[in-house]
Design a protein around this ligand. Structure first.
Ligand SMILES: Nc1ncnc2c1ncn2[C@@H]1O[C@H](COP(=O)(O)OP(=O)(O)OP(=O)(O)O)[C@@H](O)[C@H]1O
Ligand SMILES: N[C@@H](CCO)C(=O)O
Length: 374
């Protein structure tokens, strides 16, 4: 719950947040895993009359707005503060260092939302605990799998509650009442979310398993990838996923090394809830999803990472070969095979040219977000 602390004393601080992979096959909107690639956001309080300022160094620099009302991190922080009836302290400079590729299925937006909520919490001494931070992130992001992994780190299962508890009343400062709409005319006021909106549970995962993520050079906005999903599902498909979800979680969290069985995990990572509806948005996906330990020893299973287009291979060995195999399959396709790709913001691929992709071998990030001072 929220227990107010002293206001921030002007000491600079840095929020570091891991990227994440979500779904892991059958766990659509349920499973997530924090991975070893982190964004950092450093807040300093310089002598200046410029109010709130933002700088950005990292992936897709030309697509990230530096206007604090439009940048996802600062906009989230402004709204979080507003829900407490407060303004962020100024002058404040927010310096973002971000290696996480945007719009590729590695939870960049979840990472940004977590950073924004934590930024407000720290700079105003709001005293939110992990659960309350989750409530805010979930209210903004909508689904829990990426944000819970970025909050807690590690392998995380989560759900969103349909009947959460009421939010505490808002107490507005005079400064907020007088200045919010003038300072931030483009940021709609934001009500505090209900309490205990979601629940997340940290699971252990075998340290032998590494996450080979193959990242194509084109973006796929999560909003578009969610818009192609059906409203209703055949009973057989729901059962198909539930069966695999239970087995997948059991095997990945087992202490018994013989449970890391590629024959079981590859089958347990199959999905009928989101991947088949999205495969036209990720050229080459059917071929990639058919890869298996039978031809690639060390490969446990393959799925789309988050909403795509990045592909996740769980593996215990042969990581470079596995990553390169996926890179090569992407290279046989071009982005114009994905209908609607040209409507996506910031799309990078060019017509009729093989999709460029690169892979990274990532470990599970044991730590979720951290805050360091000074
Ligand atoms: N560090 C950041 N600073 C500002 N905006 C960001 C940052 N990271 C992500 N965003 C915003 O989030 C958008 C990408 O979010 P989107 O949900 O589409 O994909 P994703 O989170 O990378 O993938 P997925 O949800 O499938 O894991 C970017 O286009 C940008 O608008
Ligand atoms: N579960 C989400 C993850 C991406 O944000 C999806 O697949 O749409």
């Amino acid at each position: 719950m929220t227990k107010r602390k002293e206001l921030h004393d002007g000491t600079p601080f840095t929020v570091s947040v891991p990227c994440s992979t979500a779904n892991l096959g059958p766990g659509f909107d349920v499973l997530g895993c924090g991975l070893g690639m982190r964004m950092s956001v450093t807040c300093t309080f310089p002598e200046s009359d410029k109010g709130l300022t933002v700088s950005y160094n990292g992936d897709s620099p030309h697509t990230v707005p530096l206007d604090p009302s439009r940048n996802l991190i600062t906009r989230t922080a402004i709204q979080t503060a507003a829900s407490f009836g407060q303004l962020l302290p100024t002058p404040m400079h927010v310096a973002i260092e971000n290696p996480i590729p945007l719009g590729r299925g590695l939870g960049s937006s979840g990472t940004a939302v977590v950073a924004g909520v934590v930024l407000a919490n720290e700079s105003l001494g709001l005293g939110m605990d992990t659960q309350r931070i989750l409530d805010y992130c979930l209210a903004i992001e909508g689904h829990p799998d990426n944000i819970t992994a970025s909050i807690l780190g590690g392998f995380v299962a989560s759900y969103k509650r349909e009947h959460p508890d009421p939010a505490p009343p808002k107490e507005e400062t005079i400064e907020y009442k007088q200045n919010y709409s003038t300072l931030y005319p483009d940021v709609p006021d934001f009500e505090a979310p209900p309490c205990n909106l979601g629940k997340h549970l940290r699971l252990k995962v075998s340290p032998k398993i590494k996450f080979v993520v193959t990242i194509p050079e084109f973006e796929l906005q999560t909003k578009l990838a969610r818009s192609v999903l059906p409203q209703e599902y055949p009973k057989a498909d729901v059962i198909f996923n539930l069966q695999r979800l239970a087995v997948l979680v059991s095997t990945l969290t087992s202490d018994d090394a013989k449970d890391i069985d590629p024959a079981v995990i590859s089958e347990a990572m199959h999905d009928r809830v989101h991947q088949k509806y999205r495969q036209h948005l990720v050229p080459g996906l059917p071929e990639i999803l058919s890869l298996s330990y039978k031809t690639l020893p060390g490969l446990l299973g393959v799925c789309v990472s988050g909403a795509g287009p990045t592909v996740l291979c769980l593996a215990t060995d042969n990581f470079e070969k596995i990553g390169q195999t996926v890179v090569d399959i992407f290279g046989k396709h071009s982005v114009d095979e994905a209908p609607g790709y040209e409507k996506q913001k910031g799309v990078k691929g060019s017509k009729k040219v093989g999709i460029k992709a690169s892979f990274k071998v990532l470990e599970v990030s044991a730590e979720g977000f951290t805050v360091s001072r000074g």
